[in-house]
Design a protein around this ligand. Structure first.
Ligand code: UD1
Length: 417
């Protein structure tokens, strides 16, 4: 197994390029199943989750080739409609094949994902939506079996906005007969990209990016050609890297409108953010002010940035309170940050962080994707050496992070344990 070793205390300087968004690339790769033929998706990041998506597409019978972050996916010979447990448990986003397979082939067999480190994460709203479109859903030996002669448009009101649920229903409804209206839909930029991509394939979707989306079903879709948007969570992580090290970084590819909640909180900490032609320049202050955050659905503060922001608040002057409202178990980084000297108390879904002037490096263990990033950020600002183990979590979602940080002057390397 590999670990990341960081010698902290260096103020990061320079420019860094943000990769394509994992959470956009995954639904786009699965959307190719809706059409018969060769799709092409560029700016796909090199990540473990993308490899899992590739494996799943191959398992279904698609031909997948990639070169320089560009994927060609030929879905002409898809012969299986089953997403097996070993792939779904490795990556929950695999459940996004449900909508496309059901819509194109009238059937799908997808393993239930089960729980994961950050919470229960059920897919009941995906299934309820498919049923509303006329699918018959049957649970069998841990698998969802869905069948439908023909999906028919319906009005679906989500009990809560769900990113994956909205994406699955967008894809299914694109090939349903008649109009589907999604109410209380998720509004994340990745949803907007998926809707635009589907429209470029011939779908008729209006309202993506708002809570109400209208989809006029069409009889067939043509292969996809598109470029993945920049990863706003990776961009946000580099923005915090600048803030926590008192650095000055141009984050190329950071898009202001996708980062408003994070940006306004960073500005409150005293961080300076200046838009430039192709990104955002982020300048960390000498002393960080403490601020409170509460995660919520887009355009609120993203849960995927909560752990990283907590690392930042461990270095702020004063006390901050962080409330997590999306996932029930997303404070596992806290114990590890405490091992580095952080003063954090958890009370239910909230954490109180008393900033401390100095954190000390320590051996720590990554527990999930964004927790890994938070430990790396803490390590960049800590005295002495931090060793982050179990970094396979990190490799699920950050492309070459240690190389990118080293390019900004960090003393960081990957080693065998
Ligand atoms: C996506 C992102 C993930 C991010 C999350 C929230 C991808 C591949 N992953 O995950 O990085 O942290 O959005 O922004 O895009 N829920 C239900 N029933 C459902 C579906 C969801 O109760 O059927 C609940 C979940 O347990 C959670 C909340 O709704 O509490 C939001 O989950 P959702 O938006 O669906 O997250 P994902 O799509 O899994």
């Amino acid at each position: 197994m590999e670990k990341i070793v960081i010698k902290g205390g260096i103020s990061l300087q320079g420019e860094v390029q943000v990769s394509g968004a994992k959470n956009s690339a995954l639904p786009l790769m699965f959307a190719t199943l809706l059409a018969d033929g060769q799709s092409e998706i560029s700016n796909v990041p090199s990540l473990r989750d993308i490899n899992t998506a590739e494996k799943l597409l191959r398992e279904l019978g698609a031909e997948v080739t990639s070169q320089d972050n560009c994927y060609r996916i030929n879905t002409g010979k898809v012969k299986s409609v089953e997403a097996p447990y070993d792939l779904v448990k490795t990556m929950r986003a695999s459940v996004l094949v449900l909508g496309p397979l059901l819509a194109r082939f009238g059937q799908a067999r997808v393993s239930l994902p089960g729980g994961c480190a950050i919470g229960a994460r059920p897919i009941n709203l995906h299934l309820k939506g498919m049923e509303a479109l006329g699918a018959k859903i049957h649970l069998d030996h841990g698998y969802v079996e869905a069948t439908a002669d023909k999906l028919r448009g319906a009005k679906i009101s989500f009990d809560m906005p769900t990113v994956g649920g909205t994406e699955n229903l967008l894809m299914a409804a694109s090939l349903a007969e008649g109009e589907t209206v999604l109410e209380n839909a998720a509004r994340e930029p990745e949803i907007v990209q998926l809707a635009e991509a589907l429209n470029s394939m011939g779908a008729k979707i209006e309202g993506a990016g708002t809570a109400i989306i209208h989809i006029q079903g069409v009889a067939s879709l043509t292969p996809l050609k598109c470029q993945v948007i920049p990863d706003r969570i990776e961009a946000g992580t580099f923005m915090i890297a600048a803030a926590i090290t008192g650095g000055n970084i141009l984050v190329r590819g950071a898009v202001r409108k996708d980062q408003e909640a994070l940006i306004s909180k960073l500005i409150e900490t005293g961080t300076v953010i200046q838009p430039e032609a192709d990104g955002l320049r982020v300048i960390g202050p000498k002393n960080l002010a403490s601020v409170d955050i509460r995660t919520s659905v887009f355009p609120g503060f993203p849960t995927d940035m909560q752990a990283q922001f907590m690392a930042l608040m461990t270095r702020a002057v004063g006390t901050s309170r962080i409330s997590e409202t999306i996932f029930e178990n997303r404070f596992m980084h806290v114990c590890e940050l405490q091992r580095m000297g952080a003063d954090i108390q958890i009370d239910g879904h909230s954490a109180t962080i008393r900033g401390t002037a100095a954190m000390t490096g320590a051996p720590v263990m990554a527990t999930d994707l964004r927790a890994s990033a938070s430990l790396i950020l803490a390590g960049l600002a800590a005295e002495n050496t931090t060793e982050v183990s179990r970094i396979y979590h990190l490799d699920r979602g950050y492309e070459k992070i240690e190389k990118k940080l080293a390019g900004l002057g960090a003393n960081i390397r990957r080693e065998q344990e």
